[in-house]
Every structure is written in structure tokens, then in C-alpha cells.
Write a protein that binds this ligand. Structure first.
Ligand code: HEC
Length: 167
């Protein structure tokens, strides 16, 4: 290889290197400007949903650090969980359909069906006691029909809805 060819190669090669350095600089500038344009989300629900989507599926926790990580993950999940079912809806029909019908529509576990004859004796207890029993659980019915996130008020409107159906 002649000295002339060497010079030629070094020249071209340094141009490629300079080109790459310039290209890197451009990418950094573009990345910084995009980062600057990102708006911080003002929607905590979306943040939670996103972190749930990004969370590892079936994370494996081992050892001391694992225990801490598992506890942190559990605490985060608890904090993210909605505190009141159905966004606090007081629509008795909606709550009944989603939380009560599974038993009361088919008589599962001996649940009284939504026909007047099944409720004759129960109605004598009065609304207050029926609601209290639905909140605390009675016989095979778990407290709040198994939905601990239902508020007392939500149980009350769904019981009222159920009794309305009997008429
Ligand atoms: C897992 C099945 C199940 C679900 C879900 C369920 N129930 Fe019940 N429910 C029962 C059973 C079983 C009984 C009868 C209990 C008994 O008298 O021994 C009952 C009884 C009742 C009674 C009558 C209580 C009384 O004092 O006689 C009311 C009121 C009631 N349920 C309301 C509800 C409401 C409101 C929901 C939804 C939030 C609901 N239930 C969801 C199983 C269920």
C-alpha cells in the first residue's frame, strides 16, 4: 500500500469519525429537546395504570431484599387499589348487577331469589336490619356480598333496589 493510499484512507476515515461525532451530538440535542417537551402527567390514575402495565408479571422475590421488595410492591398495590367500589356509585341497580346478582339471581348458596315469596318473612325484619345483615353477612352470605370495598351507603341503595324489584 502506498503512502498516498494511506493518506487517502486516513482522510476518509477521519471524515467518517467526524461525521459520527456530529451525528451523536445531533441525537443528544434532539433527545434533550424532546425530553424538555414531555409534560408531566397530571392524571394519577393514568400513572398508576402505566406503572401497573410496566410492572414485571409474576415478579420473583427472594431473600432479605426480596422480602423488602415484595412488601413495597404489596404496599403500592394496596395504595393503588380503588377504595370504594364502582367509583362510589350510588346506583343500586348497577351495584346489584355487579355485586349481588351472581347469588340472588340464581339462588346460589341458598340466596333468596328476587321473587316476593322468598322475601315475605325477611321483609318483616325491616329495612334497617336487612341492610345491617347485608353489611355484616348473614348465613352463607359473606359481609357485603364479599365486596369489602362497598360502602354502607352502597349496600343500602342496593338493598333498596332489590326490595323495589319485589313489587
Ligand atoms: C355469595 C352469594 C351472595 C352474594 C354475592 C350476595 N348475597 Fe345476599 N344473601 C346470600 C344468602 C345465601 C342469603 C341468605 C342468608 C340467610 O338468611 O341465611 C342472602 C341474604 C340477603 C339479604 C337478606 C338478609 C336478611 O336479613 O334476611 C339481603 C338484604 C341481601 N342478601 C342483600 C345482598 C346485597 C345488597 C348484595 C350485594 C351487595 C348481596 N346480598 C350479595 C348470598 C349472597
Amino acid at each position: 500500500m502506498s503512502a498516498e493510499q494511506d493518506r487517502q484512507f486516513i482522510k476518509q476515515f477521519s471524515m467518517v469519525l467526524v461525521g459520527l461525532v456530529v451525528f451523536t451530538g445531533i441525537i443528544i440535542v434532539v433527545a434533550l429537546s424532546i425530553h424538555g417537551q414531555l409534560e408531566l402527567s397530571d392524571n394519577p390514575a393514568r400513572d398508576i395504570a402505566r406503572s401497573e402495565r410496566l410492572a414485571p408479571v409474576g415478579g420473583v422475590f427472594a431473600g432479605e431484599t426480596g422480602r423488602a421488595a415484595a412488601a413495597a410492591a404489596a404496599a403500592e398495590a394496596a395504595a393503588a387499589a380503588p377504595q370504594i367500589a364502582f367509583d362510589g356509585s350510588l346506583d343500586g341497580g348497577l351495584i346489584y348487577e355487579r355485586a349481588c346478582a351472581s347469588c340472588h339471581e340464581v339462588g346460589a348458596a341458598g340466596a333468596p331469589l328476587m321473587v316476593a315469596s322468598a322475601w315475605d318473612d325477611r321483609l318483616d325484619k325491616g329495612m334497617d336490619e336487612l341492610v345491617a345483615n347485608a353489611i355484616n353477612g348473614i348465613g352463607a352470605m359473606p359481609p357485603r356480598g364479599g365486596r369489602r370495598d362497598l360502602s354502607d351507603e352502597q349496600i343500602e341503595v342496593s338493598v333498596a333496589y332489590m326490595l323495589d324489584m319485589l313489587e
